[in-house]
Design a protein around this ligand. Structure first.
Ligand code: MRU
Length: 321
């Protein structure tokens, strides 16, 4: 199953807001429909957003003959969410081929195919590294969702998990639930279950304690943007896990394709962190009228990152601890 693809003249995505209860595919035929799907996280995860950005430009090319209207539509796609570098990067890559619809679509499908190939590479490289650092039977903790749902197939950090499982080198995974939208509880557990990977779910704040108690051999997760200095911008909660890993003396491994590495952003403090507003956090529990601060991402400084595994290299941005 592909999370996102171009089928019969439309962008087709799995609606991730309905998982794990229902598997519904959306057919998106306009830029407006795609942007709405991105903003409500029906399609999400940095590499999948890169493909969505590129395919969104194909929609724009088909929708608008007028250059100005087309440029506005491309801008809507590029800026639908600010933090994951893949979205604007995928859109810009395809937009360089405008106004030819055929050339744009060809480039967008190339972005899709590159992400598929990247997942396989990251899986192999990451599994080698985890085996080297943790030995056989690793017990891993992961955060948010980094599986096929966040890419096109397989994933980034979860591609490593799946590969370790195939190699018989994985004892199990703790999935951190990922407040407030529960990508870990809803999506990661679903993907791990389908693959037969032994796993347990934990509340986000349990992570550092489980590490301190010796129940985790390494933290492995993805990224929405990796800065030039190795700072990792990822789903909020990642930083707490990194602090926990450092305190427990275990590796903190980030797995992401080169398409997520952003040499133009020197460090994490320069990244726009999406704030998704109060409603997601306040929910039904808080008194009416409570307002919330809701950063969707945080920054883990390079000094806390043991290794960044991409489809091409293993990068150790900080001196060994
Ligand atoms: O807000 P989301 O669900 O799009 O955030 C996704 C993440 O933070 C993932 O960890 C990241 O994109 C890595 S995906 C392989």
């Amino acid at each position: 199953m592909r999370t996102i693809d171009w089928i019969d003249d439309a962008v087709v995505v799995v609606d991730q807001t309905l998982l794990p209860k229902e598997m519904v595919f959306l057919r998106l035929t306009t830029v407006e429909q795609l942007v709405e799907a991105i903003q409500r996280l029906a399609v999400r995860g940095a590499p999948a957003l890169g493909v969505a950005g590129a395919l969104g430009v194909a929609l724009a090319a088909r929708q608008h003959a007028d250059g100005e209207a087309r440029a506005q539509a491309v801008h809507l796609v590029e800026t639908a969410r600010p933090t994951a570098v893949n979205l604007a990067r995928g859109a810009r890559r395809a937009a360089a081929l405008l106004p030819s619809f055929d050339a744009v679509l060809e480039e967008a499908l190339r972005v899709r195919d590159e992400e598929i190939a990247s997942s396989a590479e990251m899986g192999r490289r990451g599994a080698d590294l985890v085996q080297e650092l943790c030995g056989p039977g690793a017990r891993l903790l992961t955060h948010c969702n980094t599986g096929g749902l966040a890419t096109v197939v397989e994933g980034t950090a979860l591609a490593v998990v799946f590969e370790l499982h195939r190699r018989g080198a994985l004892a199990g995974v703790i999935a951190s639930e990922t407040r407030p939208l529960l990508q870990g509880a809803r999506l990661t557990t679903w993907e791990l279950g389908r693959a037969g990977v032994p796993h347990r779910l934990a509340v986000d704040s349990a992570g550092p304690f489980l590490m301190a108690r010796g129940e985790v051999d390494a933290v492995i997760l993805g990224a929405d943007r990796i800065c030039a200095n190795g700072d990792v911008v990822n789903k909020v909660g990642s930083y707490a896990h990194a602090l926990g890993a450092a305190a427990a003396g275990i590796p903190f491994i980030c797995v992401a394709p080169e398409s997520t590495v952003d040499p133009d952003t020197p460090s994490g403090d320069k990244v726009e962190i999406e704030d998704r507003g109060s409603a997601e956090v306040v929910g039904a529990a808080a008194p009416e009228g409570t307002s919330a601060v809701n950063p969707a991402f945080d920054v883990t400084p390079a000094s806390l990152v043991t290794a960044i595994v991409t489809d091409r290299r293993v990068w150790r941005p900080a001196p060994p601890r």
